[in-house]
Each structure stands twice: as C-alpha cells, then as structure tokens.
Design a protein around this ligand. Sequence first.
Ligand SMILES: [Ca+2]
Ligand SMILES: [Ca+2]
Length: 198
Amino acid sequence: MARGGQCGVRDTRDSMDAMATDFQRSKIVTVFDAMDADRDGLLRAADFTALASRWTTLRGAAPGSREHRRLTEVMTGWWAELSAAAASDAVTADDVLRVVDLLPGMVNAVAETAEAMFTAIDADGDGRISPAEYRQLIEAWNGRPTDTSEIFPRLDANGDGHLSRTEFTELWIEFWAGDDPSHPGTWIFGAPAAPAAT
Ligand SMILES: [Ca+2]
Ligand SMILES: [Ca+2]
C-alpha cells in the first residue's frame, strides 16, 4: 500500500488500520463532487461560499439578514475545520478521507456538526426538519432541482413525517463515521452513487 512519506500529516497515533473502506470512499466522493462547484477536484473556500450562496438564495435569505449569516457561518465553519485538518487551502478527496478516518474516534465533534447543520436546515425553527426543508438542503448541495420525496421516508426513522434532532444526528454520524451500506444515514445527502459494478 502507498503509505509513503508524501504527507505532512502527523501520524502520532497508529491509525493506519483505520483506512476508509471502498464504501466510505464512494459516499464521501459523492458529497465531495457535489461540493466541488468548479469540478477541479479540489475543495477551496470558494466552493463553500458558493454552496452557502446557493442555500441562502433558495431560502430567500437576503445578504445581511440573520438567516444569511447563519447559513454562511455553518459552511464557513466547515471549511475552516476541513482546511485546518487537511493543512491545506485546496483540499482533495483523499484529504477528506484522511479526516474521515479519524471521525469514528471523534463522535462528539461529529454530533456537534450535526447540531449546527440541523439548526441551519430547520428554516422555520420549529425544532424538526420537514420534507421541504430537507429538499432545500439537497437542492442547495446539488445546485439543481432534486426530487427527494422517495428519500425522505428512508430517513424518517419513526415515520412521523419529520426528522427530529435525534433522528438527524444519528443519520449524520452514520454518514460520516459509519460503514454500513444498509443504514439510512447513507442517504442523508440524497441517493448514493450506484456501485461501480454489480
Ligand atoms: Ca422545521
Ligand atoms: Ca421522524
């Protein structure tokens, strides 16, 4: 395996056995591609700004409004953490996967991110994510209209028509730190890419 000395990442811990699986890689690459607005294979601050901008536009949040600031802060905060963890201002999918390798040991941090995301997604602030609020998230992410009517029920564990904070956090943690293809969390950013071959 290529574990050569090309990276400046500190390996003070024995995490080489925590490499992302092919399944985790396919999940992350799907999200990465959606965020990589200019498709150059690198995430930069501008990609997160663009995502925040798509989101605030869909939401109808005017620049300077509290809503605009909140959504922008969530995405900017993500970028700050990711670029710091990757020690780069141009982050590759492999960089993201190296960060993801560490997440199973950082479940509290992942849950905090879920909390920030939940608050951002919950546009009307009623403490739950409606199908329309979820769709807005996915359309901001994808940058195009997306039918999420078949995806949402997969995520709604208790079938009450909304995602509670608890439901969302569980899905979020599974997506980023889990490795179970059959878990609904696989679908949190929409339909996962089909396997390369069947
Ligand atoms: Ca709501
Ligand atoms: Ca529910």
